[in-house]
Structure formats: C-alpha cells, structure tokens
Design a protein. Structure first.
Ligand code: ADP
Length: 665
C-alpha cells in the first residue's frame, strides 16, 4: 500500500510528534486546523495545512466530513488520528476506508469491540483474560445492580460502560449509599456519553495502574512492548507515567504481556493499542483497552529504543512488525509528566491565556520534550490545556528521577498558572524516589505536594528588586548614550535613579505591600528586606539570565516581567510578585479603566505607535482583528507609550493588556 502523504487529524504536541516521524520516513505531511489554530505550531511544521472550521472541536477536529474533504483535496493517502478527538471513533475509521484512505489505527470492528467497557469485559472473559470481580451485564435494573454490589462486596466502583476520563465513576463504601451513587453515575454518564449504562467492580483500595503496550500487524503477528506504570493519578486521571513498572518481576511482566496480546488477538487488533490493567498484590485485572496511541507512549519508546509512530506507519502500509517479541529491548527507565495550564492552588482549574514566556528543558541530558506550543501562543478554552510532555530517561530509575527533577527545575512558564511546581514536588518526593506507587499517592501526600503558599521570601524580593534596578540602569544608560542603546547591560558606574543615595521599591504579594529600600553602593546595592539588610550585585546576561550575588553567594536566576508581574525563577523554584511602579501607580489605581486591554480575543494586525512615543487622547494605538472585524484601541488620554506587550501577528486573549500608557510629567 502506498503511503506517501499523511494527514494528521489532530493538533498540538501529538500532531507535531507524528509529523516529525512521517518526515523522517520521507512521507509528506498535511495538517488540518481550526480558526483558533491558524498560527499553531502543528500548522507551521506541516508541509501543507488545511482549514477545517471554527474553533470548537465539534465544528472542526471532530468533523469527519471536513477532515475527509481536506484529505481528498490534499491528496493524502492516509490519516493518523492522534489521540482524543476521532481516534477511537469507529465511524471515522470506516469513513476513511470507504473513501479509499488508510486509517492509521485498528479496524473499526476492533474499536467497536473495545468501545464499551462492559462488552469488552465480556469478550475478555471468553479469552480468559483476568477481570476484576464485578458485574458487566446488560440488565441495568437498579435492584439487580444493588444485589450485584452486595455480592461483589463493598467498597465497589460504579463505572460508565461508555466511560473515559474518569467521568461517571463513583466509589461506594457502604450499601446504604449505593442508590444515590448509582443515580449520580448514570446522570454523569448520560451527560458525558449519551449512554447511562454502568458496570460495577470491586474497588481495590491500594491498586496500581499498569498498562501494556501492544502492537499487531496485518500478517497475524502481535507483540507487547512491555508496560507502563501510570499509578500517579489525580481523580483517576494520569499525572505521571513511567516504564518499566518499578519492581515488576519478569514473570509477571511476561504474564501481563501475554494477557494483553491475547486481548488484542481476541478482537482482531492491528496497530498500536494499550491494554490497561489494575494490579494489587500479585493479581492483575483487565480494565479496558485503548485502541490508539497513548499520550504516554514516549516512555515506552525510551526503554525500547523504538519509534512507535514509525511502527504504526509501517503496519499501516502493510509491512510486518519490525521486531519479534524476543528482539524487543528493555533498557533503563523513563518517566513522563504532563505539564498543564492549570492552577493547583485553585483545585487545578484549567487556565486560558497567553504564554508570555516559555522555556522548556530541551537541553537537559536524557530529557525529551514534546510540545505543541511555543512562547507567545495562547492556551484556549477550546482544547486540552496541556502545554508539553516532559520525558526523562536514564540507565536506571534513580537517574531518570534525577533528570526529571532537573528538567522541571529548568522549566519556566509565565502568563498562566501551571502544575510545574506540583510535578516538581512529586519528582522530589521521597515516596516517589522509593517507587512507593499506587493510585492513592497524590491524595496521601497532598500536604507535601500542595503546600499553602508562603509569603515571598527575601531571596525572591532581592532578585525582583535587582532585576528592576538593573533594568532602570540600562534604560537610563541607553538614554545617556543613544548611539549605543544596548550597552552596558550591567550597572552604569555611578548611576543613580533620581540621583539619590537610595530608592524605594514597592512590591505587592498576595495583597500585602512590601517596601524594599535599595541603597546604592559602588558595585551594587544594599537592600533593606523584611529579614534585614542584604548586599546584592549582579548583571543581566545576553540570554536574559540574571547573574546575581546575594551576600556574596553566586546564583543564576531569571526574572520575567509581564506587565507589572515579576516571576522569579531561581534554584528550580518560581515565585510571582507584583511590582508597584510609582510612575504608573496612579493609572493602576484607576483599575481596568486605565488599562489598555484587548476588547476580545483576536490577532494584533497593526501597531500604530512605538515604545516611548508621546500620544494625545484619541490616537490610534493598536488594531486587533477578531472575527473578521477590526477593532482599534485608542489612547483614552494624553500619555507616553511605555511598554508594548505584543507584536503584529500575536494572538491576544480578551482582557490581555496590550500596552502601558504612562502619564506625562
Ligand atoms: P476511564 O476510562 O474513565 O479513564 P478506567 O477504567 O481506565 O476509566 O479507570 C481509570 C482509573 O480509575 C484507573 O487508572 C484506576 O486508578 C481507577 N480504577 C479503575 N477501576 C478501579 C477499581 N476496580 N478499583 C480501584 N480503582 C480503579
């Protein structure tokens, strides 16, 4: 079968990742994109890209007709569905085949067979794959279900048959709570999947989630590429995934591998799939099969040295599996974390907004980063808020853990809250180092993983103050020597703000005001901090890092300013505080009325002013295009443009501050 041009019916990191392998194999790549993704990374990476509709997924990435049309028009001979969206949609798989296009995935019949958890379990029972004690029958009479729960023995877990993503799942501890829990699971299942059928399982209290990567070709071969441990979960959703599963004896690995291959064979599987087991003690039980490539496949790639997308494409064009079972390596260990735009301090609320600053640990040894976004991109309300996957590999687990911690310490995101600190706390936890893993890990260690925010410490304040002082010095030196505006980066000798012996800086930290007096010294400053005076000096290097000395201790840091917010990255920690600029404090005090913000989400198409330009009331400042209409933001009063936050072509979210207008004095 010829496979020369591949359309990837997805977005973000998985689309980028699939295209990377296709390119390496000499296969041309076609992206599809929604209106929100016109400038997305996956569009840029593809050889060509076709628009498929508006931002909401059901009007674009979930539209079978639009995707098939793009495939036909672009001349693609195959479609890779990625994960999520249409990846487990049997109708889509059928539609591809009917249109004469290769679907890079299993046959529609296998997707259907595994689509219902209950039906899949019935099938697995026949194939002698071990199951958790439970009920997965078609009779959904509530009295019968309650009786089954009694028979299984409490605690039990009610699951939506059509389920996914932990929706419609309820733990029931005692019989008296069963009826209510059932009703609630059914409501959730109906709402999420349009199907309120449920199954009941024995609820294991300290289980591990261990899943097996399987692969099958069209020649009757099927193998397993070992397992992944995905026990670190929050609300039944994976947070950390690793391979191999720590402490799994080889004979159990082989037994689970065999059970997974049997499961795949039982449904005539082809391509990449994952058989999920729940394991407790020596037992392991089938949960479900995911009939696609999974988010966490890179850890398997790391320990086997294989490219699973390459395997998928080879199988799709009719080749046999590249390796036999005995030839599949298992070397070292690898751990993946998912960096999400979500706020752990606010119950992991997903965040939307612009990635004002983004540094991913691409140069940490042994670390792979799969990202679908770059600095300046926005995380939108329409899609999954994952920023990147960070995968650390090592010759053993301890090395992988160390590298993961280093990678997370080197990760910087400004513009929206992320789970970075939370992930770093997991990576640095002694129980994680000891591989004491089960699905209760996060709940059990919540106090360590989600500490209450403490007031900004002196180091944070010192670095923030130093960054402001260096910036003022640079601006002032540039003004003094306009011929060489970028020199010196360091502190101009003898430079004085207001020519005074000291300057007062004010910060705001979670509502509290903190005054820091900086006394000028020949090579730096002495800062009066809450904890006492501290001598500081430093320079800003060409790449933006701050080479600081705090009381003689050398330290590399980075302070990223975004509006009035300063995010201080130092020693693997991050802390944001607000700078209260005396020059704009009066404007700030007027609240949003004085801020120049984007009226709606859109693209900056023109910037009519320059940094530092004096403008009069009514002057056009920035033009934002949204929904095919232009909106001109004009100066609400006379002033001077102090800071332009965006450039032409940037996407802005509603309410994003476009620029700062200083008062003229
Ligand atoms: P979904 O398809 O919604 O993700 P799964 O069936 O894959 O649901 O289960 C998700 C997670 O829920 C598992 O990884 C595990 O942590 C937990 N879980 C599932 N079944 C059980 C069980 N019988 N006992 C304890 N925990 C379970």
């Amino acid at each position: 079968m010829s496979l020369r041009k591949l359309l990837v019916a997805n977005r973000g990191e998985i689309a980028v990742r699939v295209m990377r392998t296709a390119k390496a194999m000499g296969i041309a790549t076609v992206a599809v994109y929604s209106d929100a993704d016109a400038r997305a990374l996956h569009v840029e990476v593809a050889d060509e890209a076709w628009p498929i509709g508006p931002a909401p997924a059901r009007e674009s990435y979930l539209r079978i007709d639009a995707i098939l049309e793009a495939a036909k028009k672009s001349g693609a001979d195959a479609i890779h569905p990625g994960y999520g969206f249409l990846s487990e949609n049997a109708e889509f798989a059928d539609a591809c085949v009917n249109a004469g296009i290769i679907f890079v995935g299993p046959p529609a019949s296998a997707i259907r067979a595994m689509g219902s958890k209950s039906a899949a379990k019935a099938l697995m029972e026949k194939a002698s794959v071990p199951l958790v004690p439970g009920y997965h029958g078609t009779d959904q009479d509530p009295t019968l279900l309650a009786r089954e729960a009694d028979r299984i023995g409490y605690p039990v877990l009610i699951k939506a048959s059509a389920g996914g993503g932990g929706k419609g799942m309820k733990v029931v501890n005692v019989a008296g709570e069963f009826a209510d829990a059932l009703a609630s699971a059914q409501r959730e299942a109906k709402g999420a999947f349009g199907d309120d059928r449920v199954l009941i399982e024995k609820y294991l209290t300290r289980p591990r989630h261990i899943e097996v990567q399987v692969f099958a070709d069209t020649h009757g071969n099927a193998v397993y590429l070992h397992e992944r441990d995905c026990s670190i979960q929050r609300r039944h959703q994976k947070v950390v995934e690793e391979a191999p599963a720590p402490g799994l004896p080889p004979e159990r690995r082989a037994a689970m591998g065999k059970a997974a291959v049997d499961a795949a064979k039982a449904v005539g599987y082809v391509g990449a799939g994952t058989v999920e087991f729940i394991a407790e003690g020596d037992g392991f039980f089938f949960m479900e099969m995911n009939t696609r490539l999974q988010v966490e496949h890179p850890v398997t790639e790391a320990i086997t040295g294989q490219d699973l997308v390459e395997w998928q494409l080879r199988v799709a064009r009719g080749e046999p599996l590249p390796l036999t079972q005995e030839q599949i390596p298992l070397q070292g260990a690898a751990i993946e974390v998912r960096l999400y735009a979500e706020d752990p301090q606010r119950d992991f609320l997903p965040q939307v907004g612009r990635l004002d600053h983004l540094r991913l640990p691409v140069d940490v040894p042994g670390v792979r980063v799969d990202a679908g976004v770059r600095a300046g991109d926005s995380v939108s309300i329409h899609y999954d808020p994952m920023i990147a996957k960070i995968i650390a590999a090592g010759t053993d687990r301890a090395e992988a853990v160390g590298r993961l911690a280093a990678a997370l310490a080197a990760t910087e995101v400004v513009g929206l809250a992320t789970n970075r600190t939370f992930l770093a706390a997991i990576a640095g936890h002694p129980a994680f180092a000891a591989a004491d893993l089960d699905t209760g890990f996060i709940a059990r260690h919540a106090a360590d993983l989600l500490p209450m925010p403490e007031p900004a410490d002196d180091r944070t304040l010192a670095l923030a103050a130093l960054s402001i002082l260096l910036e003022e010095a640079r601006v002032s030196a540039a003004a003094a020597d306009p011929a060489d505006p970028f020199s010196p980066w360091g502190l101009a000798p003898g430079w004085r703000l207001n020519r005074a012996a000291h300057v007062d800086l004010t910060f705001s930290d979670q509502g509290a005001r903190i005054a820091v007096r900086a006394h000028y010294r020949p090579n730096g400053f002495v800062l009066d901090l809450p904890g006492g005076p501290l001598p500081v000096e430093g320079t800003r290097e060409a790449d933006g890092t701050l080479a600081a000395r705090l009381a003689g201790v050398r330290l590399k840091a980075r302070v990223v300013r975004s509006g009035m917010k300063l995010t201080v990255f130092a020693g693997g920690t991050e802390r944001a505080i607000d700078f209260v600029d005396p020059r704009v404090a009066s404007i700030d005090a007027t609240g949003t009325a004085g801020r120049l913000v984007a009226p709606m989400p859109g693209t900056v198409i023109r910037i009519a002013v320059e940094d530092g330009q004096e403008v009069t009331k009514g002057t056009a400042l920035v033009v934002v295009e949204a929904m095919k209409m232009e909106h001109t933001v004009t100066a609400p009063r006379d002033g001077r443009v102090a800071k332009l936050h965006f450039s032409v072509g940037d996407l802005v979210d509603e309410g994003a501050e476009l620029l700062v207008l200083e008062e003229l004095n």
